[in-house]
Structure formats: structure tokens, C-alpha cells
Design a protein around this ligand. Structure first.
Ligand SMILES: NC(=O)c1ccc[n+]([C@@H]2O[C@H](COP(=O)([O-])OP(=O)(O)OC[C@H]3O[C@@H](n4cnc5c(N)ncnc54)[C@H](O)[C@@H]3O)[C@@H](O)[C@H]2O)c1
Length: 273
């Protein structure tokens, strides 16, 4: 059901790789709520062509290829988006993450530092680069909203999350720092949403993801939040109903982040009589 929460708003959505991607659901829901969308992803991610299917579903949204680590690509993304919109954007979703160390199974204690740099650049600095480009081109309307997706490994140790944990800490810090500057200058708000483990291409790449997701389910009073629920939260954050929320890391995790233990977990560890 649509309340047209984003009626008249224009947004750029990155990271829709396939129909499991969180960004894919955000694009569908934002469109359903009345927004006009531009889609973007890394050129290499478009090879499968699945993003064309999403574009067709959401009013033939333009697809603009951009490697989020490349300043020229980002410049082109914002130039073309503004041409298409006939003005500035109202919201941006950063839904980008990748670690070569995770992909190639390198242990945290012996990461490859070239790959480590890539992890940070793709998964965190890319938010800074996007925001710096938008800032330079004055591409976001006053009271606009930027959301980046993150994970609680930024605050607590989840060993197999590897160097992505470091990237997420940096990502959250960039949201705060840029949030200050963009807020003061343009009333633009910048937040991160810290999502439950979710079955997607990036998510399932983490070693032991199965155990991870089941543990999280057992430790969350409401259970894990799925990709559709995350998309609903993103829509709320893009809407005018959250205009004074900025520079926050917002947990969207069924209560996981504040739960010490649940009965279900206690029972698993209880000594059998
Ligand atoms: N799935 C989870 O369990 C989970 C939990 C919390 C947060 N997140 C975060 O949500 C975001 C989206 O991930 P997802 O789970 O939907 O997986 P996904 O694999 O569908 O999305 C990751 C996206 O990043 C894009 N990407 C990678 N390198 C890029 C580059 N250089 N330039 C532009 N785009 C690039 C990929 O093409 C892909 O579309 C990520 O930031 C991820 O860390 C995921």
C-alpha cells in the first residue's frame, strides 16, 4: 500500500545487483511511494543485465554506470542525474560493499594491504567521494536525505566480518563528519542504517554466514529484519517525516544490538539435568 510518502521526490539509488539486493527493494518501495529514481552500479555489476529488469519495473529509471571509487564516474553520475531530474536530488542511497580479503578468504591477521585499501575505498571512502561530488555540484536539495547501509561489526567484533568491520567504522564516521558540514550548510541529513544480516550476494560472501544469521535471529526479540523491512526504513528516512534525524547510526535489527541474551540462547547453554 502506498501513502505517497516520497511524492515529487527524486533519488539516486546505488547497489542494486539482483533482486536479493537491499537496494533493489529500496528502489521498488521508493518508486511505489511516488519517487522518481536514477539507478547506478559499478560497470562490472551490470554485465548480468538484471538491473534492466528493475529499471523497467520502476518507470524505466535511467541506469548510470559508475564505479563509486572513481571521481570522474561520480561527476558524470551527478551531472546526468541532474539533467534527467531537471534539478537536484532529494535522496541518495549508498548500498555498496566489497572486500577482496573476505572474497579470497584472507584471515584478518594477515590481510593483503592492497586489498585492504580497496575494501576501505569501495565500502567507505566511496560515501565521502559521493558526498564530495554532490557538494561540489550542489546536487542535493535543502532538507535532502542520504542513507548508507552498515553493520554492527563496526562496534562489536564478529571475527569473520574481517576488514569489512574496519570499513563500516569508517563509513559511519564519514556519515557523522559529512553530516555536520552538509547539515550546517544545506540542511541535508546523513545517516547510516545498521541492518540485520540479510541473505544477499554481499551478505552470503561472509564466511560462516549461516551460523551468523541463525545466531542473530535467536538473539533478536523481533527476529532478523529482512531486506523489505530495511527498504521501508530507508523510505521513512528519505521522507519528510524524519527531517531532524541526522549523523546517526540507526539500528534496524529487531533489537539485536541492545539484547544481552535471550531465553532461547540461555536454554541452548543450560546444563541438561
Ligand atoms: N546483507 C547483509 O547481511 C548486510 C547487513 C548489513 C549491511 N549490509 C550492507 O548493505 C549494502 C548492500 O549490500 P547487499 O547485502 O544488498 O548486497 P549486494 O551484493 O546485493 O550489494 C552490494 C553492491 O555493491 C556494489 N558495488 C561493489 N563495488 C562497487 C563499486 N566499486 N562501485 C559501485 N558499486 C559497487 C555491487 O555491485 C552490489 O550491487 C552493503 O553496504 C552491505 O555491506 C548488508
Amino acid at each position: 500500500m502506498s501513502n505517497q510518502l516520497l511524492k515529487g521526490k527524486k533519488g539516486i539509488i546505488s547497489g542494486a545487483l539482483n533482486n536479493m539486493s537491499i537496494a533493489w527493494k529500496v528502489a521498488e518501495k521508493a518508486y511505489e511511494q511516488g519517487a522518481e529514481i536514477v539507478l547506478t552500479n559499478a560497470p562490472i555489476a551490470m554485465r548480468m543485465g538484471e538491473i534492466n529488469e528493475l529499471s523497467a519495473k520502476i518507470g524505466n529509471a535511467p541506469i548510470i554506470a559508475a564505479d563509486a571509487t572513481n571521481m570522474e564516474d561520480l561527476d558524470n553520475l551527478f551531472t546526468k542525474s541532474m539533467e534527467h531530474f531537471g534539478g537536484k536530488a532529494d535522496f541518495i542511497l549508498h548500498s555498496i560493499g566489497m572486500s577482496p580479503n573476505v572474497r579470497k578468504g584472507k584471515h584478518y591477521t594477515e590481510v593483503n594491504y592492497e586489498w585492504y585499501k580497496q575494501t576501505l575505498d569501495v565500502s567507505a571512502t566511496s560515501l565521502h567521494k559521493m558526498l564530495a561530488t554532490a557538494w561540489k555540484k550542489d546536487a542535493i536539495n535543502d532538507w535532502g536525505s542520504v542513507v548508507a547501509l552498515t553493520y554492527i561489526a563496526a562496534q562489536r567484533i564478529f571475527p569473520d566480518y574481517n576488514d569489512m568491520a574496519d570499513a563500516k567504522s569508517l563509513l559511519e564516521s564519514i556519515a557523522r563528519s559529512f553530516g555536520y558540514h552538509y547539515g550546517t550548510a544545506k540542511k541535508v541529513r546523513i545517516n547510516t542504517i545498521s541492518q540485520s544480516p540479510t541473505v544477499t550476494t554481499a551478505g552470503s560472501g561472509v564466511k560462516g554466514f549461516d551460523g551468523f544469521i541463525n545466531y542473530s535471529e535467536a538473539m533478536s526479540p523481533l527476529g532478523n529484519a529482512d531486506a523489505n523491512a530495511c527498504a521501508d526504513y530507508c523510505v521513512a528516512m528519505f521522507s519528510d517525516l524524519t527531517r531532524y534525524v541526522t549523523m546517526q547510526n540507526l539500528f534496524h535489527d529487531g533489537g539485536f544490538s541492545i539484547t544481552g541474551v535471550t531465553q532461547e540462547v540461555v536454554e541452548k547453554f543450560a546444563t541438561k539435568e
